[in-house]
Design a protein around this ligand. Sequence first.
Ligand code: BGC
Length: 410
Amino acid sequence: MKKIIAAAAALLVSGAGYAQGVEVLHWWTSGGEAAALNVLKGNLEKQGVKWNDMPVAGGGGEQAMTALRARVTAGNPPTAVQMLGFDITDWAKQGVLADLNAVAAKEGWDKTVPKALQAFSKHDGKWIAAPVNVHSTNWVWANKEVLDKAGVTKLPTNFDEFMDAAAKVQKAGFIALAHGGQPWQEATIFDGVVLATGGIDFYRKAFIQKDKAALGSDTMLKSFERMAALRKLVDKDFSNRDWNLAAAMVINGKAGFQIMGDWAKGEFLNAKKVPGKDFVCFRFPGTQGMVSFNSDQFAMFKVGGDKAAAQVKLASAIMDPGFQSAFNVVKGSVPARTDVPDTAFDDCGKKGMKDLAEANTKNTLVGSMAHGHAVPASIKNAFYDVITRHFNGQIDSKAAVKEMVAAASN
Ligand code: BGC
């Protein structure tokens, strides 16, 4: 009898049946993203927690957030939801998120999670989300062979040099800029362009403080003019292309550059490409020393008692230092804890960790507007709308500046 009970218990833990489960809503559906998510799934399943996957495709997570609203409205929220910045705060204000303070205190999260992230992981003194990574948007990804063939021997360090390098790539017969025409992707580029054009203080004034003088300034006008210049570097089929397909154009040597957050690195790695050899990563020219971050966090929803134990296991698994290293090595991001060594990371990852630490000390770390870490969704979406219509030639740069001022009041 004892033997049978032991066998049944082993079965429960080994996978044929699970004692506990978590339902997780996320938008990690590209090859690189799925590979990273598997690290987390595997980790939990080893602990006997079944993973009920709820993927909602769509880079940047807009579609996932729509799906989430429907679930919460129906009174049936998932256990955990991938979420960015102000969206977490918005849900916390609704009173629907769980209180993770017990596990956070036991594991000392207050001491190890950077304060810039805690601003979103905590609400009214309560931990409500577990941060899994820190991404940043001001990166460029380039195909090394394409650069060599085009005679680009030095990586650009300012916007004009970038335009010169792009012209060389075009001249050599390649697409200069691989881009997917979706509002969030254009906004991602805009993060870097505004940082490069106005610097850190201007970015803060415009995007964090929503200062009307900054939003309506000549610097903003110049930023839009630069967006118009970048628009000339993309191919004719860019409209509505997914970001990972744009990354594939650089991976396959069709295009020279992609301006994208470091989740793009996950695609290069998934295609077995090696940083420094097959591809290069560098900060958006003119933003060296600055970091516009976005952190994926798993917001935990209030769930019934039987599901709460598995939820705590999930939160604890996410915050485990070994997991944070293993996951972020694959994802392209860097750990959401300050005590994880960089030993397992490639050169781009090591640079990402160093840049983040330095930006944090020098006060050049800012939340990404494009990924919900500067302003709440209502204003972010209004900014998206202006940036995209401008990128598609529906309004000129002067009109775009005026509309940005108006959008900030949303
Ligand atoms: C998320 C990344 C994700 C990217 C593309 C970003 O908002 O932070 O984790 O890979 O969107 O889907």
